[in-house]
Design a protein around this ligand. Structure first.
Ligand SMILES: Nc1ncnc2c1ncn2[C@@H]1O[C@H](COP(=O)(O)OP(=O)(O)OP(=O)(O)O)[C@@H](O)[C@H]1O
Ligand SMILES: [Mg+2]
Length: 500
């Protein structure tokens, strides 16, 4: 009997010790000391994974390690860490703090990762490196397969929750000799998709299949000894969807976007440095190239731009890149810029026609057909037109009533016709077409007419100024009416975010 009582007392004691250990930090401290003692008796080796390599190119392995470490459960159990908001609403993501160390185990070996950050105050830069520390005896056994494991795990995570990024280049700081960390990124949140951009449906199909063919042709490009890249020129009047189309292409391909602001570039070598830091599977965008060229900026030379377009520079930092240039007009552009090989696909973005009107009516008003459609079609046949941006603005501000929205479109088109009739400018009628270039490259060219019509509308001040004024009056009127019915809480700015 006494034996059983003794056993019970011992059991109770052990349970209370266990409870005590687990309810306090004691067990945690004991484990930590155990690991510390073990670490002291082993020889360790350290390996650095810097963010940039010697040529200031981004080290792709650094990004993989970052994705991998931020997904480890040990980051959750660490003493402290950073919490940032994730892509999903109310979602959070944990990420390592500066100089924070966490551990990982692989094939029974314990390794340590430290997020080393060196601040260079005068250049306002942060030099980042991941430091891997592991036992020398484990190195030969696990290192190769551990690195493979990191690649596989990070690719898996990236494909599961790929969040597209929009990178923008920042100003060069005076005295800055490198371009480390000049790209600033935000989440690509532009809502446009290839489905929502109003565009001729055959053309959209051709662009889609061109993009898909590009994705599949890695072997082909390599066999030809060519850099795996493709260049698009998107040109057309303002507000016709060029920037929206870039965002749509990025989403379709699942590519990040690097939006290069040439005005923030110091010289040709600065442009080269920035390009070296772009990653593969990305869209490299230069908006309003015509405006930059006509500004006669001395910072970037024509040969700097041509080299960039040739993709020579990019070949050293991984390929699978799509370059996109936008222009309002390519008329005054040096033909060297536009030659095949530099620009593979020319895509013209026209002002609205009846088909694009139908797509916009469906997108903005949810209306596939309406009794006012024949009237709209008739007025388009007289040569009236306006940009999709203006048309969608009218529809969105009157979205409470499709009938009112369509009437406002008819009135705006009528104003446009009247202004054109009043104008002394002459324009020729016709249609836009798409054609295949002699080298088999898909090209959509503005053929004579509507393109001419649009250039008269956009560029001839004698008619565009009254049109703009009339539109402003009309928008004002419609907004007032709209706001009375819809109410202030339902106001909508009507303009989509630009992809910059
Ligand atoms: N083809 C289109 N289909 C759908 N929406 C369009 C289209 N064109 C323009 N829009 C709408 O008009 C707005 C402006 O378009 P966007 O910025 O893409 O035009 P852009 O051609 O890049 O103009 P800019 O030459 O002035 O930069 C966007 O919010 C977009 O919703
Ligand atoms: Mg634009």
């Amino acid at each position: 009997m006494a034996f059983f009582i003794l056993l019970l007392i011992i059991l109770c004691f052990l349970v209370s010790v266990r409870l005590f250990l687990y309810r306090t930090t004691l067990i945690y401290r004991l484990k930590k000391w155990g690991h510390w003692i073990e670490d002291q008796i082993h020889v360790h080796q350290s390996l650095k994974v810097p963010e940039f390599n010697g040529n200031n190119q981004e080290n792709l392995f650094y990004r993989k390690v970052s994705t991998y470490l931020n997904s480890l459960s040990t980051i959750e159990d660490s003493d402290f860490t950073n919490i940032i908001s994730g892509e999903k609403p109310n979602g959070i993501v944990l990420c390592l703090d500066d100089d924070q160390t966490i551990h990982d185990t692989f094939l029974g070996a314990r390794v340590y990762w430290t997020n080393k950050v060196e601040k260079i105050e005068e250049k306002n830069l942060r030099k980042k490196t991941f430091l891997l520390k592991l036992k020398k005896k484990d190195k030969r056994r696990i290192l190769q397969s551990y690195i493979q494991h990191i690649f596989r795990a990070s690719e898996d995570i990236e494909s599961r929750c790929k969040e597209l990024k929009l990178y923008m280049n920042s100003e060069t700081l005076s005295g800055d000799h490198g371009s480390i960390g000049r790209w600033r990124s935000v989440r690509l949140s532009h809502p446009a998709t290839l489905e929502t951009v109003a565009m001729d449906s055959d053309l959209k199909k051709k662009v889609k299949s061109d993009l898909e063919a590009f994705l599949k042709s890695k072997q082909y490009y390599h066999r030809l000894g060519r850099v795996w890249k493709r260049s698009y020129l998107l040109y057309g009047p303002s507000g016709t969807g060029k920037s929206s189309f870039i965002a749509a292409m990025a989403k379709f391909l699942s590519y990040d976007v690097y939006d290069i602001d040439l005005l923030k570039i110091k010289d040709d070598s600065d442009l080269k440095m920035l390009l070296l830091q772009t990653t593969s599977k990305s869209l490299i965008v230069v908006e309003d190239l015509d405006r930059f060229i006509s500004s006669n900026s001395k910072a970037v030379s024509l040969s700097g731009i041509l080299n960039f377009m040739d993709g020579i520079l990019n070949s050293s930092c991984g390929d699978e890149k799509l370059m996109v240039f936008t222009m309002n007009s390519k008329e005054k552009i040096d033909p060297a810029i536009l030659r095949p090989g530099r620009i593979d696909v020319h895509l013209y973005f026209p002002l609205c026609n009846f088909n694009s009107f139908r797509t916009l009516a469906n997108n903005c008003l949810g209306v596939k057909d309406h009794k006012l459609f024949p009237q709209v079609e008739e007025i388009f046949q007289t040569g009236a037109t306006m940009s999709p941006a203006e048309m969608s603005e009218l529809m969105i501000s009157n979205r409470g009533s499709p009938g009112r929205a369509l009437r406002s479109v008819i009135t705006a088109l009528q104003i446009n016709v009247d202004a054109r009739v009043a104008s002394t400018s002459t324009s020729v009628g016709g249609k836009n077409g798409m054609r295949l270039h002699h080298d088999g490259v898909l090209a959509v060219e503005k053929s004579s007419s509507l393109a001419e019509t649009s250039s008269v509308l956009v560029m001839d001040s004698s008619c565009s100024v009254p049109v703009v004024k009339e539109f402003q009056k009309l928008y004002g009127l419609l907004r007032m009416k709209g706001s009375k019915k819809i109410g202030p809480s339902d106001q909508y700015s009507g303009s989509m975010e630009r992809s910059r």
